[in-house]
Design a protein around this ligand. Structure first.
Ligand code: GRG
Length: 309
């Protein structure tokens, strides 16, 4: 759906009356409710408890909100994308649980509480992650009423790419291989585009697919997502230096301790922030043809660079 194809009865309010705070609060409430309802009582209860512990631990819920916003931008009802939004948060949560394991980043604190393996042990934490990953595909394939099957198939395809070797897993492997080494900007970008950017991209792409987006919007959203994905990670690197563990809800200063290559290390703090601002500016630029329909995604892009956690 292009801007020109937008029907007049769906044109949102003018830019200056767009209340991002209210939008965020409402979208977050929708997501929290859907996440809570997604893990129904089932055996074994111990596994369900470990899955719920991490899935319902808070977090910004940026990924599901991006998905809902992209669905609406494409002309779809956000409600139709809720199961996929939940699936995206499940994949994200799985990646956090696995990333925190001793064999990976070895962390004790996540979203302001002890990490999953600290509470349930390593074996259950691995299995809770596995169960969330597979439940994500179940949400899309079996629990997405009202969405045409061919759109769901595209969503499943997109998610299979981002969760696997071409996405999260590939990025994580290069990240692990780069530990203790100085990597160049190209490798750093590879890591971030795969470890972090791929899932952020899948959020807007799958949302748009469910909304019935045409190719021009999908292409614009891929460019948008690349920009916000990199900017998101640059800000993450900056916050690791400038914010406290209390505010972040995860251990601050880990990159310095692990002597990791980060944007601030390669470019300096000020240049890194400038780069994030430029990336967000470019990301927003590609959505200009969609005018006011793109307001939520434009505001979400700004939110990424202005966030403090
Ligand atoms: C097993 C299929 C499979 C994949 C796992 C462990 C792994 C591969 C990848 C690691 C991915 C990872 C943890 C990337 C970091 C992404 C990141 C910056 C997370 C923080 O996101 P926020 O700030 O967190 O949105 P909240 O808590 O707000 O959701």
């Amino acid at each position: 759906m292009t801007a020109a194809a937008t029907s007049p009865d769906r044109v949102p309010a003018p830019a200056d009356s767009f209340d991002f705070k209210a939008y965020l609060t409402k979208a977050k409430a929708t997501v929290e409710q859907a996440l809570d309802a997604a893990l129904l009582p089932e055996r074994p209860e111990s596994l369900r408890e470990a899955m719920r512990y991490s899935l319902l631990a808070g977090g910004k819920r940026l990924r599901p909100i991006l998905c809902l916003a992209a669905c609406e931008l494409a002309g779809g009802e956000a409600e139709l994308a809720v199961p996929t939004a939940v699936a995206l948060e499940m994949i994200h949560t799985m990646s956090l649980i696995h990333d925190d394991l001793p064999a990976m980043d070895d962390d004790d604190l996540r979203r302001g509480r002890p990490t999953n393996h600290k509470v349930y042990g390593e074996a259950v934490a691995i299995l809770a992650g596995d169960a969330l990953l597979t439940r994500a595909f179940e949400m899309v394939a079996l629990r997405s009423p009202g969405v045409p099957a061919e759109r769901l198939l595209k969503v499943v395809g997109e998610l299979s790419l981002v969760a696997g070797a071409p996405g999260l897993v590939g990025g994580q492997v290069v990240d692990l291989e780069s530990e203790g080494k100085q990597v160049d900007l190209d490798t750093l970008e590879y890591i971030h585009l795969h470890k972090t950017g791929a899932l952020l991209s899948a959020c807007v792409i799958t949302g748009a697919m469910i909304g019935g987006a045409e190719d021009d919007l999908i292409a614009a959203l891929r460019t948008y997502a690349r920009g916000i994905g990199l900017a998101f990670q640059i800000i993450d690197d900056i916050l690791d230096i400038t914010a406290s563990s209390e505010v972040l809800g995860k251990t601050a200063g880990k990159d310095l301790i692990a002597d990791k290559t980060t944007y601030p290390k390669l470019l300096g703090l000020e240049e890194s922030r400038k780069r994030a601002d430029v990336l967000v500016h470019e990301a927003k630029d590609v959505l200009k043809p969609w005018a006011e329909r793109a307001l939520p995604l434009l505001a979400l892009a700004d939110f990424i660079t202005s966030r403090d956690r």
